[in-house]
Design a protein around this ligand. Structure first.
Ligand code: ATP
Length: 210
C-alpha cells in the first residue's frame, strides 16, 4: 500500500503498542477512544498520538475520539504487511560474515535469522546478532517460517547444499557461488557472481566507453 510507505519509522514502532491497547479496548466492548485516554494508557503524549494517527487516515473527531474498530483493522493490515521474511545464510566466510553484519532489515522486510557453517571454529559464534549453527542441524533448524537461503560457500560445496535445501521448506536460493545450481522446479534460484559482475563492468568500460 502506497500510503504505508509514508509512515515514519518512529510512528511504525509505536504501532504494536497502540494495537495491543486497542485490542483490549475492543475486547471490552469500547467503540471509541480519545487521544487523551490513549495517551495515558500507552504513555505517549497525545499530540504525538494525533500526529501518528493522521498518517493512518484516522483524523478523529472532536468530542468523539477515534473509531476503535477502524484503527484495529488498519493496524492488522499494516502489521501483517510488515511481517519480516526469514532467511538463512550458509557459509560464514568473508562474504557470509559481511552479509550477516549488513542489516538487510533496514531496507526491506528481510532478515537473516540463522547461519550455518561446517567449520567447527565458526559454530557457536554470534555475528551481527545471528548464531552460527552446524550444518549437521540444517534440516532440523529450517522450519516453515524460513523462505530462502543465501549460499556463500566455496563453489565445490554449493550443489550438495542446494540438494539438501531442496528437501526443506525453502522456496528460494540466493547463490553467491559461481556454480550453476540444479534444483527442483519449485525452487527459484537467483545468482550473484560478484567477480563476473566486476569483470563485466571493466569489459564495458574498455570496449563501450560512454
Ligand atoms: P568467501 O570470501 O568466499 O566468503 P572465504 O575465503 O572466507 O570465503 P570459503 O572457503 O569461500 O571462505 O568458504 C566460505 C565459508 O563456507 C567458510 O566459512 C567455510 O567454512 C564454509 N564452508 C565450506 N564448505 C562448507 C560446507 N560444505 N557447508 C557449509 N559451510 C561450508
Amino acid at each position: 500500500m502506497d500510503d504505508q510507505q509514508k509512515i515514519p519509522q518512529a510512528t511504525a514502532k509505536r504501532l504494536p503498542l497502540y494495537y495491543r491497547y486497542l485490542e483490549n479496548l475492543y475486547g471490552s466492548g469500547k467503540a471509541r477512544v480519545s487521544s487523551t485516554e490513549l495517551s495515558e494508557a500507552v504513555k505517549v503524549d497525545s499530540a504525538t498520538i494525533r500526529r501518528d494517527f493522521s498518517y493512518f487516515g484516522a483524523l478523529g473527531r472532536k468530542g468523539y475520539g477515534y473509531d476503535v474498530q477502524y484503527l484495529l483493522s488498519f493496524f492488522r493490515k499494516t502489521l501483517d504487511q510488515d511481517e519480516t521474511t526469514h532467511v538463512i545464510l550458509i557459509g560464514v566466510g568473508n562474504l557470509g560474515t559481511a552479509l550477516l553484519n549488513y542489516n538487510f532489515a533496514k531496507n526491506n522486510n528481510t532478515s537473516i535469522v540463522k547461519a550455518f557453517d561446517n567449520n567447527e571454529e565458526m559454530i557457536g559464534k554470534e555475528i551481527g546478532g545471528v548464531r552460527v549453527l552446524s550444518m549437521d542441524d540444517l534440516e532440523k533448524e529450517v522450519d516453515d517460517s524460513i523462505r530462502a537461503a543465501i549460499v556463500a560457500v566455496p563453489s565445490s560445496a554449493a550443489q550438495g547444499i542446494a540438494d539438501r535445501l531442496s528437501k526443506t521448506a525453502i522456496q528460494g536460493i540466493l547463490n553467491f557461488t559461481p556454480t550453476r545450481l540444479t534444483v527442483p522446479s519449485h525452487i527459484r534460484v537467483h545468482h550473484i557472481d560478484l567477480s563476473i559482475e566486476l569483470q563485466s563492468l571493466v569489459y564495458f568500460l574498455k570496449h563501450y566507453p560512454l
